[in-house]
Write a protein that binds this ligand. Structure first.
Ligand SMILES: Cc1cc2nc3c(=O)[nH]c(=O)nc-3n(C[C@H](O)[C@H](O)[C@H](O)COP(=O)(O)OP(=O)(O)OC[C@H]3O[C@@H](n4cnc5c(N)ncnc54)[C@H](O)[C@@H]3O)c2cc1C
Length: 258
């Protein structure tokens, strides 16, 4: 019923809300805090935040990747690394799965370090292999990580240049490849996440009386009272809430907390 009631369409959308509802029923019975996945942790976080904060505008809501601002981080290939820790904490991922994920994380870090350190030397044979990948020859020693940053070179190609890498599991190689190749873009998104986390940390009291926040427009008061955002960050995503309204709220919070 989750999809029907909350106004989404699609199997994954319905299942995503169903599993979170189920998890939170159990957490509530155990008198623990609810699980709220954030927009940078999972598409489920984007879906639920959109539904709660923005509503569905009359049309059934569908989860498009374009709705997520951190799509570079929300990849299928890193779902275990993103969510394994949380899954284990709430009792859904076994100790064995948790250890496997932890080991994988360590292997990826180790491999990245190895690729940043290991160099290949220019030679006719090396340049012949590079040419077979459609990649430019090298004239000076170069680290494997630098080669991997070339768009046309994959981790599987590196294994041909450095046979000692052949024992690395392909899932570990793929992660290291993505992290090294796109590190500039990923870094920029992580900085965005960090900025918005600061706003997400500012909790708005559940019983906040928006009528008593000085200077807020009637529209902002009505919308905030309807949505009752949990954090200042969520308030900023409510449609029609302006940066001016957010700074009024932030002043109000500071006064209240002082
Ligand atoms: C023809 C069609 C094709 C679709 N194709 C796709 C597709 O290809 N891909 C995709 O992702 N999505 C597709 N969808 C959408 C998807 O099926 C729904 O969005 C999703 O199933 C909604 O899940 P839900 O659990 O919210 O509701 P439902 O799956 O509708 O479940 C509601 C359940 O509640 C029961 N129920 C209703 N009233 C009561 C009552 N009073 N007491 C007890 N039980 C009650 C119903 O019998 C039903 O079992 C399609 C939908 C249709 C109609």
């Amino acid at each position: 019923h989750a999809g029907q009631i909350n106004g989404t369409t699609g199997y994954e959308e319905a299942a995503a809300q169903g599993i979170i509802a189920g998890i939170n029923v159990v957490l509530s019975l155990r008198r623990k805090d609810p699980l709220v996945l954030t927009r940078d942790q999972a598409y489920i976080g984007v879906l639920i935040d959109d539904l709660v904060t923005k509503g569905t505008d009359g049309e059934p809501y569908r989860m498009f990747t374009s709705r997520a601002e951190y799509r570079l981080l929300l990849r299928e290939d890193n779902a275990d690394l993103r969510l394994g820790e949380i899954g284990h904490r709430i009792g859904l991922a076994s100790a064995e799965a948790h250890k496997r994920i932890k080991d994988k994380r360590e292997q990826i870090a180790g491999l990245r370090e190895q690729l940043e350190k290991s160099r290949v030397l220019p030679s006719a044979e090396m340049n012949g292999t590079l040419e077979s990948f459609g990649s430019a020859p090298i004239r000076v020693p170069i680290t494997l990580a630098r080669l991997l940053r070339r768009p046309e070179v994959s981790f599987a190609d590196l294994v041909k240049l450095a046979p000692e890498l052949r024992l690395i599991p392909s899932a570990v190689g793929l992660q290291a490849e993505v992290e090294i190749k796109y590190s500039g873009y990923v870094q920029r998104q992580l900085e965005g996440v960090e900025r918005s986390r600061k706003m997400e940390k500012l909790r708005l009291p559940d019983d906040l009386d928006y009528g008593s926040v000085q200077g807020l427009s009637r529209e902002a008061r009505e919308k905030l009272t309807l949505v009752r955002p949990r954090t200042l960050g969520q308030a900023a995503r409510v449609s029609g809430i302006t940066p001016a309204a957010i700074s009024l709220l932030s002043v109000y919070l500071k006064k209240k907390l002082a």
